[in-house]
Design a protein around this ligand. Structure first.
Ligand code: NDP
Length: 307
């Protein structure tokens, strides 16, 4: 198809001002502008964070997120709409956020920050704080996020173990397990870190039996999607002391409802689906879009194409 008009939908505002991306792409030989839902019909292609039915009328949708679980993949295929995602750009950001969680748990920073907000001078118990070298992180999902996490926590002395669909090895991981052996893979890890996409195969992957399989001094980290975890089972495991704590960036319902017990549990860090935030986000997404506009012009296959 001929790309003449590329819209940047206002929903990207949750991550960066849409006008920043429009400015960044102003050198492209196509008309790029910010559009609302009504304006989508005038576009050949759209960059968006959210899904709306009206995007089925364009030729190409680019998702500013890596996760495309909210898009109706079958309907897009039927309508002949191409969908590309933003995988590939979040390894460093999410990796650094996860390293921050691990350092907070080991060095007890979350506790001390909480005390400080109440002007309490409260040190950890003598045996609470520890250092990271010698610990193991089982990283479930070995793509951009999983490898980014492995690189950064590996540099802090943590041994990264990977879980993917097969047990084929990858250089970033010291050992690899197939997801069918998940419980064996997580059994010895001080940290279990979830970095898989939400699909039919991963929905509810972390259930009561998975938390049962973890060490009772282990910390659970989810930076993937909330529905990969059975949230009530997680709350129960935390309350019963079956695991030591959790750092959660994603939830079954977002924003996390005010009455969720997770907000106030000891050793639970809640972040607002912001693990990948960076002031460079619009540039990182813009580079994928620019590359794909070039590919369209040259008649080549799109990169990061999902549908
Ligand atoms: P990638 O596609 O690069 O990696 C996904 C990995 O998951 C693949 O390497 C794949 O490995 C593995 N995988 C897929 N299905 C399964 C399965 N059933 N069991 C075990 N492993 C599986 O994606 P990204 O790393 O870029 O992103 C992953 C997810 O993280 C996104 O889909 C999104 O939901 C979430 N995300 C969250 C962010 C946040 O802000 N918190 C930011 C960015 C992403 P293999 O093919 O070898 O099985």
């Amino acid at each position: 198809f001929e790309l003449e008009r590329l819209g940047v939908h206002r929903s990207v505002d949750a991550i960066f001002p849409p006008a920043e991306l429009v400015g960044y792409l102003s050198d492209l030989p196509v008309d790029v502008s910010v559009v609302d839902e009504a304006g989508i019909a005038d576009c050949d292609a759209i960059v968006t964070r959210n899904y709306f039915e009206s995007v089925l009328d364009v030729e190409w949708i680019h998702s500013t997120q890596a996760g495309i679980d909210r898009f109706p993949l079958e309907a897009l295929a039927e309508e002949g709409v191409a969908l590309t995602n933003s995988t590939g750009i979040h390894g460093r950001t999410v990796g650094e956020t996860v390293a921050g969680y691990l350092l907070a748990f080991a060095r007890r920073l979350h506790d001390q920050i909480a005390s400080a907000t109440e002007r309490r001078w409260e040190r950890p118990e003598w045996d609470e704080a520890f250092t990271l070298p010698g610990t193991t992180a089982c990283i479930v999902g070995t793509g951009t996020l999983g490898r980014g996490v492995a690189d950064i926590v590996g540099a802090l002395g943590v041994e990264p173990v990977g879980v993917r669909r097969s047990d084929d090895t990858l250089p970033e991981f010291d050992r690899m397990y197939a997801v069918d052996d998940l419980h064996e893979a997580i059994a010895d890890a001080e940290f279990v870190i979830v970095t898989v996409p939400l699909t039919d195969a991963t929905r509810g992957l972390f259930d009561a039996a998975a938390f049962e399989a973890m060490r009772d001094d282990a910390y659970f980290v989810n930076v993937a999607r909330g529905a990969v975890v059975d949230e009530p089972a997680l709350v129960e495991a935390l309350a019963a002391g079956d695991i030591a704590g959790a750092a959660l960036d994603v939830f079954e319902t977002e924003p996390l409802p005010e009455d969720s017990p997770l907000w106030t549990m000891d050793d639970v860090i809640v972040t607002p689906h912001a693990a990948a935030y960076t002031r460079d986000y619009y540039r990182d997404v813009g580079d994928i879009v620019r590359d794909n506009v070039g590919r369209l012009e040259r008649g080549e296959a799109l990169s990061n194409q999902v549908v």
